[in-house]
Design a protein around this ligand. Structure first.
Ligand SMILES: Nc1ncnc2c1ncn2[C@@H]1O[C@H](COP(=O)(O)OP(=O)(O)OP(=O)(O)O)[C@@H](O)[C@H]1O
Length: 275
């Protein structure tokens, strides 16, 4: 039976002073062990959901549950929750706090009050895992954006979270750095971490995700495996979200006379053998 790490049940959230609801009766469950993509138009509530995921924000009403238990918003509970739910912000500048890469990665561990020797070991391991060894002593403000992103993920992963949530991690990255990031996420997932990524890159969703959430105006309107979600062409068009290029060209580009070709193409797309 599918287990869920984090569950949002009928959650409402409005920013103070805002007229509109950011989350509007949102019900969504994050399945254990999956690579989830969260998609939806600008302003549909993706970032807000991620900020509620590790208790940075508290719902106005509704419940957020971690492994079946409602979140508690006291200090101790939240500090434990944030070890289990790691949040990587879209802008690494919001995340990087120390002067050097090494210090930045050790920051969260120091806050946990771990023994110095353990902090040293874990930081060294993270530097190796994230290819940051040669940058260990580099001031964080001297890094490229791609390097800063890697450090911000290392900062969170060094705490060994069970769930990693990332807000548009490939925004502003070039092809090479996007590929490297995806390889890093693959390793993190293989090591047992559940992933949730908010993104506008539907081609990436097709290649990377094994579960997709579609949000609209603060609520979940569709979820499923990417191959099923992207066949909901009419709904996705109505939401002005588009579809991955591969569907556009290979599937919907074919006319009805090409039925047998369409069938073959559909099978390939559904099995995701064209990547
Ligand atoms: N600090 C804030 N104060 C007031 N309103 C906010 C604030 N942050 C977000 N909002 C509003 O809340 C709604 C949801 O915003 P959110 O950032 O969660 O959307 P999003 O789906 O992440 O958008 P994007 O794809 O552009 O990053 C939007 O209407 C937005 O204008």
């Amino acid at each position: 039976m599918q287990e869920y790490l984090l569950e949002f049940e009928q959650v409402y959230y409005t920013y103070s002073g805002a007229q509109q609801l950011a989350l509007n009766n949102l019900t969504l469950k994050i399945p254990l062990g999956k690579r989830c993509a969260l998609i939806g138009q600008n302003g549909c509530g993706k970032t807000t959901l991620l900020l509620l995921a590790n208790g940075l924000y508290k719902p106005n009403s509704g419940i957020v549950r971690w492994r079946g238990e409602p979140l508690n918003y006291n200090r101790n509970y939240l500090s434990q929750l944030r070890q289990k739910v790691g949040l990587v912000f879209q802008d690494p500048e919001q995340q990087l706090v120390a002067s050097t890469v090494e210090e930045d990665i050790s920051y969260g561990l120091c806050n946990l009050g771990l023994p110095v020797s353990e902090i040293k070991d874990r930081v060294e391991q993270a530097l190796v895992e994230f290819g940051l060894t040669t940058l260990a002593e580099r001031p964080v403000h001297h890094l490229s954006l791609g390097q800063k992103k890697r450090v911000s993920i290392a900062d969170v992963m060094v705490l060994q979270p069970e769930l990693l949530v990332l807000d548009e991690p490939t925004a502003y990255l070039d092809v090479k750095h996007t590929r490297n990031l995806i390889a890093t996420l693959k390793k993190i997932h293989q090591n047992g971490t559940t992933l949730v990524m908010a993104t506008h890159d539907l081609d990436l969703v097709y290649r990377w995700a094994d579960w997709v959430f579609v949000m609209h105006e603060g609520r979940l309107v569709l979820e499923g495996q990417p191959q099923d979600v992207f066949l909901q062409h009419d709904l996705l068009l109505e939401l002005e979200l588009g579809i991955p290029l591969i569907y556009e060209i290979l599937y919907y580009g074919l006319s009805s006379e090409d039925e047998s070709v369409k069938q073959r193409v559909q099978n390939k797309i559904l099995n995701r053998t064209i990547i």
